[in-house]
Each structure stands twice: as C-alpha cells, then as structure tokens.
Design a protein around this ligand. Sequence first.
Ligand SMILES: *[C@@H]1O[C@H](CO)[C@@H](O)[C@H](O)[C@H]1NC(C)=O
Ligand SMILES: *[C@@H]1O[C@H](CO)[C@@H](O)[C@H](O)[C@H]1NC(C)=O
Ligand SMILES: *[C@@H]1O[C@H](CO)[C@@H](O)[C@H](O)[C@H]1NC(C)=O
Length: 381
Amino acid sequence: MRGVHHQGSAQGFAGRVVEWLAFDNMQHQWLLLAACFWVIFMFMVASKFITLTFKDPDVYSAKHELLLLTTMPEAGKLPEETRVPEELKPTGRMLSGSRLAQPLVYMERLELVRNVCRDEALKNLSHTAISKFVLDRIFVCDKHKILFCQTPKVGNTQWKKVLIVLNGAFSSIEEIPENVVHDHEKNGLPRLSSFSDAEIQKRLKTYFKFFIVRDPFERLISAFKDKFVHNPRFEPWYKLEIAPGIIRKYRRNRTETRGIQFEDFVRYLGDPNHRWLDLQFGDHVIHWLPYAELCAPCEITYSIIGHHETLEEDAPHILREAGVDHLVTYPTIPPGITAYNRTKVERYFLGISKRDIRRLYARFQGDFKLFGYQKPEFLLN
Ligand SMILES: *[C@@H]1O[C@H](CO)[C@@H](O)[C@H](O)[C@H]1NC(C)=O
Ligand SMILES: *[C@@H]1O[C@H](CO)[C@@H](O)[C@H](O)[C@H]1NC(C)=O
Ligand SMILES: *[C@@H]1O[C@H](CO)[C@@H](O)[C@H](O)[C@H]1NC(C)=O
C-alpha cells in the first residue's frame, strides 16, 4: 500500500512537473524564438558591417593588391571556412578615400565565379589552362598596370582604344585611325603572350585585370550577324571558308542552297566534336568560343567582370577602379544597344530543334553559370 501510495504521489508529482515543464516549455519556446530572431538580426547587421568595411575594399583593390593566381584545381576544394578569412587578409593596398558606397554587384559577380569554379560537375565548362591562346587574348597596359581580356561583341574595340590612349601612343580616342586599333605592331598595345614567363606571372599577380561578358546566346547571335550576315570589315574568310565548312558538316536539309543559316551555326557549336572544325578555323573561333575558354576566369583572379547589359555603369566603374578615370572616358554608348532583347533571341532560335538548342546550352552552360545569366527556359522546354 505504502509503495503504491508512494508511487501514486510520485506519479502525481512527476505529472505536475511534466505539466509545469510543458507550460514552461511554451514560454521558453517563445523566448527561444525571440532570441533566435535577435541573433539572426544581429548576425545580419554584423555581416553587412564586415562586408562593407573589410571585404569590399579588398575585393576591389585595384592594382596594388597581391592577388593570388589560382592555377590549381585544389583552390576549388577549399572549405567555406578557410575561404572567408583569405578574402579578409590585408593586402597592402593604398586606400584612396571611401569605398563604402561601392555597389555590391561587382563583388557578387566575383563571388559567383569563385563558387561556380568549385563545382565539379561544371569543371570541363569552366576551367581552362592559361595557354598561349589565353595569353594572346589579354592586352597589356604597363603604364597603368592594367590587363584586359578581349571578348568580342561586347564593345571591346572601344576598350582597346581606351588602353591605346592610356599607353600613350595617341593622346585621344578620336585620333586613333580605325586600321591601327587592331594592328598590335603599331598601336602600342602588346599581348600578354609577348612577355617572358616571369614577366607574365608578375603582371597576372599584380595588375588590375578585367573583361566584359554578355548573355551567351545573344552574344552568339551578334557574332553570327557580324561575321556571316553583315561582315562589315574586310574579312572574306568567314563567308568563303568558314561558312561553307560549317554547312558541309552541319546542314540538315541537303536540298537547301541558301548561305549559312543560324541553325547551321547552332548545330556546329552544340556538337561535342566541334573541335575538329575549330582547329581548321584557327583564331577566328574567338568570336564564338565560351568566355571561360578565352579568359580563364577560374585560373586568373580578375579584379572586375563587366556586363555588356550594364555597360553604361560598368565602364566608368572599371576606369575608376583601375585608377584612370581622370585620364580617359569610355566612348559614348549608343542608346538601347546594350539591353538584352528576348524577342530577338526568340526570333533567331525559331524553328531550330529543341535537341540542338539543348546541346548548345550544354556547351555554354559554364558561361551562363559563371556570369549569372539565366538559363533560357523559354527556348529549352
Ligand atoms: C571532362 O573532360 C574529360 C576529358 O576531356 C572527360 O574524361 C571527363 O569525363 C569530363 N568530365 C565531365 C564531368 O564532363
Ligand atoms: C529543304 O529545303 C528546300 C529548299 O529550301 C525546301 O523546299 C524543303 O521544304 C526543305 N525540306 C525540309 C524537310 O525542310
Ligand atoms: C528587339 O529585337 C527585335 C527583333 O530583332 C526588334 O524588332 C526590336 O526593335 C528590338 N527591341 C529593342 C528594344 O531593341
């Protein structure tokens, strides 16, 4: 009896404790929830503060930053924790006034590239060796310690003019004759490949480095129009050699006798065995090779990546960050030419099979991901 009574009262006590705990738990849950919100809020405030005060100037550090040249895939395997402090490392850069007002968008673009470079599944589409081909794409402005990787169809002729003026061969952009812009014997704008290995490494590590990208499919349309439809400059090889070469291998309808169509071009670019023709076409392929193969963004730590779609803001920002905005101005951009035009993209891909478009996307997926361009679902599904 005693045992039972005792047991009963123990149960009663336990029950009361459980009840009390349950009631108390409810209060605790609310307190805990409030505490959590407070912690998250404080964390957000703190991280914004850290980002703005420390991270920003380092990522933006222009020429004097000791940039790490990440040539190894191991860099892609670093865990998150070891990565952040590295970004916060002091870099001996001379701060020139307030950088706090810098838009975060440029920093986010570089962060995206770092993250996509780490993605094993995209490795073949994002990584490229720093070969002579890549070094040929990069132009050198020694006077102001700037490297510019050439990516056609994003206004890069204008950038070349800007750098030619900065190098001192001409005193203004208007004075540069059109035929000299692309003549690297005469224009005083050497390619990085023309230096010795040690000189190349030094420049890659210490100079301000940038390049410009645009929506990958719109870029291909622009290249197609420029090289095969209009061909304004005297470059007969596109129509006389390259177009017939593509048609021979990729034309679907053999009775079709018109000149090269966008469909032929898409089928060539999306073919996993495209390299066979690429080799025959030589350096002309720069007009349609993925940006990742032209500029090696996973191997070279660029200071800024500009977007053609926002060139109006990006061009002056790049000149400011390179520390040359008081010396030269980017030429006026005609209104409306930089905006992405979905209607145009839809029109060009009209009638091209989903299979061919999906293969094209598979090839250019690295560029879409690295530079934050949206997957064009409206063409793929
Ligand atoms: C990457 O390319 C190599 C050789 O070019 C191939 O063996 C490998 O399977 C490819 N990996 C992926 C993920 O496509
Ligand atoms: C192939 O091209 C010819 C000439 O343009 C055209 O008449 C014919 O309808 C096309 N065939 C197919 C299957 O598209
Ligand atoms: C977009 O492209 C279409 C087709 O090429 C053209 O008619 C239209 O004017 C363009 N829109 C803009 C805003 O440029």
